[in-house]
Design a protein around this ligand. Structure first.
Ligand code: HAM
Length: 404
């Protein structure tokens, strides 16, 4: 028996209803914030992710589904959505057009990570990217949008925020951090030691307890922000406070992707175990230029649909639509016509086999139909159909033509 690959999951009933509910809710909220739906290919040139997510990130270094295609091109399955949307933005010359462009997307992402609860190799994200707005008010508005999505889904969260600085203040801070890390490198794990040269900021969020003990006095970005970065971060936290958002400044929040500048944030849930991040995002003002486009400020986020599926409670679904069946097969053509008429406005389940009334009622109940409609011998002779309201238990006989 061939099984699905490790870390990859089918989404089938009853979970599919939660999946759809999350997508529908998030898309509706994004629409109200002026975002429009876009799709980009699952497969892109590997260089796109190396340049954007960063060669020294775990995602590019260890987790890519990368291969050479039949034409000899180095390609990979997208590990995240931002890079593809930025490529789309530049390739379609939207950077040259100027103005504001706001997009949302959803679909599968692929990371060859060690599977565990909440961590899959194929998972689904819903994401938004906003191009052309440099104001920190846009960062705030994006965080409000994520809040609206989780509120609409009835999910609790805490928001972690940080500022990662800009090309003016980040290099100075990085130098100081590297100096500090070099002094304690003997005490750090292999990963951290390697990162001192490649990506020192990532050392700060190492999960190893010994490393964290030695990092207790490490210099933090928050003490090194330039005036503009500091003023933007203050504005952001003031706005979050004024709007009573449950946030905490986490000076060690660095995110696992290299493209961020200034605002970085994560929404975390305490109810789903170690993989607690349910959404993450931030500003990436340099990425469009870095990938060959006209310099364009940008900010975005993505949420992990599978992690949210663990948290979302579906509203009790009401009985809906019709179940149509026959006890007399001769009635089937007329019943199918009625089904087609009803389907213009209702969900309709049809059963083609001759069954007892009891069996039809049981099937209608299992399918969650509001009405069970059956043609028996007597109905056939009168060109009628027997209909039972499964909720009120009321029974009626109608002309078959009158149904639908
Ligand atoms: P990310 O933090 O790597 O950001 O992923 C966003 C969300 O995807 C996470 O918070 C988590 O819920 C979910 N996720 C990530 N990896 C897995 C996994 N292996 N299994 C299940 N769920 C997972 C990004 O991907 C950025 N592109 C977000 C962004 C958009 N930043 C700016 N614009």
């Amino acid at each position: 028996m061939i099984q699905a690959l490790r870390g990859m999951k089918d989404i089938l009933p009853p979970d599919n209803a939660r999946y759809e509910h999350i997508l529908r809710t998030a898309s509706a909220v994004a629409g109200r914030y002026g975002y429009t739906y876009v799709e980009t290919p699952l497969l892109e040139e590997t260089a796109l992710f190396k340049r954007s997510v960063g060669e020294s990130s775990d995602i590019v270094g260890k987790e890519m589904y990368q291969f050479i295609d039949k034409g000899g091109h180095d390609v990979c399955l997208r590990p995240e959505g931002t890079a593809g949307v930025v490529r789309m933005f530049i390739q379609n010359k939207l950077d040259k057009k100027g103005g504001l462009h706001r997009f949302f997307y959803h679909g599968p992402m692929f990371r060859y990570e060690r599977p565990q609860k909440g961590r899959l190799r194929q998972f689904h994200q819903f994401g938004c990217e906003s191009f052309g707005e440099a104001s920190v008010y846009e960062d705030f508005t994006i965080i409000m949008m994520v809040k609206d999505i989780f509120d609409a889904l009835g999910i609790g969260y805490e928001i972690l925020v940080n500022s990662l600085g800009c090309p003016e203040c980040m290099p100075r801070y990085r130098e100081e951090l590297v100096g500090y890390l070099q002094n304690i490198q003997e005490a750090l794990c292999d990963d951290c030691r390697r990162r001192i040269a490649t990506n020192p900021i990532r050392v700060l969020d190492c999960k190893n307890e010994t490393c964290q003990r030695h990092l207790a006095d490490a210099p933090l970005m928050s003490g090194h922000l330039c005036e503009t970065c500091q003023s933007d971060f203050t504005t952001l936290t003031q706005l979050l406070t004024a709007n009573r958002l449950p946030f905490r400044h986490d000076p060690k929040l660095v995110r696992g992707l290299d493209y961020y500048t200034r605002t970085a944030f994560e929404f975390v849930s305490s109810e789903i175990g170690a993989q607690s991040a349910i959404a993450g995002g931030g500003r990436y003002n340099r990425l469009v230029e870095f990938l060959g486009g006209k310099p364009t400020p940008a900010v975005g986020f993505a949420l992990g649909i599978e992690r949210i599926m663990e948290l979302v409670k579906m509203p009790e679904s009401a009985r809906e639509g019709y179940y149509l069946g026959v006890m007399e097969p001769a009635a089937l053509p007329a019943v199918l016509q009625a089904a087609h008429r009803l389907r213009q406005n209702h969900t309709v389940h049809t059963e083609y086999a001759k069954k007892s009334l009891k069996a039809h009622l049981k099937a209608a109940d299992r399918l969650g139909a509001r009405y069970c409609a059956v043609v028996g011998e007597e109905e056939l002779s009168q060109n009628a159909i027997w209909v039972k309201d499964m909720e009120t238990k009321e029974e009626r006989r109608l002309a078959l033509d009158a149904l639908g």
